[in-house]
Write a protein that binds this ligand. Structure first.
Ligand code: SF4
Ligand code: SF4
Ligand code: FES
Length: 263
């Protein structure tokens, strides 16, 4: 029997960008189809940088909020296609990774001030494809935020836009759901429309916000802003640290600061 050929594994060095934890196990991964060796504790984003790529797109907050880093991956020898955010998913042995820097989606123009129909009628006109959902659930299985995307699409179809707005609230707009939809629905941009129209026309108006905007527009805070703008960095830092803060568990809408001069 022929001896198994040994592959010499040489870790890549890319200067001081990522310092692998001491003693970290080195594992193979594939980035854009090429094999690299990385420390096992890195996120996919750090792993991609570690092997020598530099981000100019597809990276934003690095904290799971901006949705810029949607990523597809498979494990070698496994048929299952998986998804995650590159900044939140930890690299594992034999991952085959391709990051999706952008996904083209349906983004029609609309003007919430000048809509003729009901919000549901407008949704049908702007995103007719939403009503072609076949209920396959692929979007829900794809979402890295564990949002039940199929369910919010169903709520949109039924006309429960308020429900759809609430259900889609944690969406980070990564576009992964839309990339796999057999009905070619851009669920996330349709949901953005639904949240906008819900805020504009369905939720009750926030009176206190209207009052505060009015106060700002009439110059109530102009003097305070001017005084703050004239302060130095250190003074501002001190003010910030010493500010009165709402206790973590205070009852919603009940807490008021001692100093009410600027309310
Ligand atoms: S709903 Fe779609 S766009 Fe939003 S986070 Fe989930 S997969 Fe990403
Ligand atoms: S992937 Fe598309 S067709 Fe399937 S449930 Fe989601 S929205 Fe509907
Ligand atoms: S970089 Fe913002 S979610 Fe990953």
């Amino acid at each position: 029997m022929a001896a198994k050929k040994k592959t010499k594994v040489v870790p890549l060095s890319v200067g001081d960008k990522t310092i692998p934890p001491e003693g970290a196990k080195m594992i193979p991964i594939y980035v854009m189809g090429k094999r690299y060796i990385i420390p096992e504790t890195l996120t996919l984003m750090k792993a991609i940088e570690y092997v020598g790529y530099k981000y100019t797109r597809g990276c934003g907050c690095r904290g799971g909020i901006c949705g810029a880093c949607g990523t597809f991956y498979r494990f070698e020898g496994d048929y299952k296609l998986r998804t995650g955010l590159a900044c939140q998913t930890v690299a594992e042995e034999n991952m085959i990774i391709a990051q999706l820097p952008f996904f083209p989606s349906n983004r029609p123009n609309y003007d919430l001030e000048n809509q003729k129909g009901t919000p549901h009628e407008e949704l049908r006109a702007l995103y007719p494809e939403v009503f072609k959902c076949v209920g396959c659930g692929t979007c829900t299985r794809t979402c890295p935020m564990d949002i039940d995307v199929m369910d919010y699409v169903a709520l949109m179809k039924r006309g429960d836009l308020r429900g759809a707005a609430q259900k889609s609230f944690d969406c980070v707009m990564c576009g992964l759901c839309a990339s796999r939809c057999p009905a070619q629905i851009s669920q996330f941009t349709a949901a953005m429309y639904v949240r906008r129209v819900t805020g504009k026309k369905i939720f009750p108006k926030a009176e206190h916000l209207t009052n505060r905007v009015e106060e700002i527009n009439t110059g109530k805070y102009a003097k305070m802003h001017k005084e703050l703008a004239e302060k130095g960095k250190e003074e501002l830092k001190e003010l910030y640290v010493k500010r009165e803060r709402e206790p973590d568990m205070s009852e919603q809408g009940k807490w008021l600061p001692e100093d009410k001069e600027n309310l």
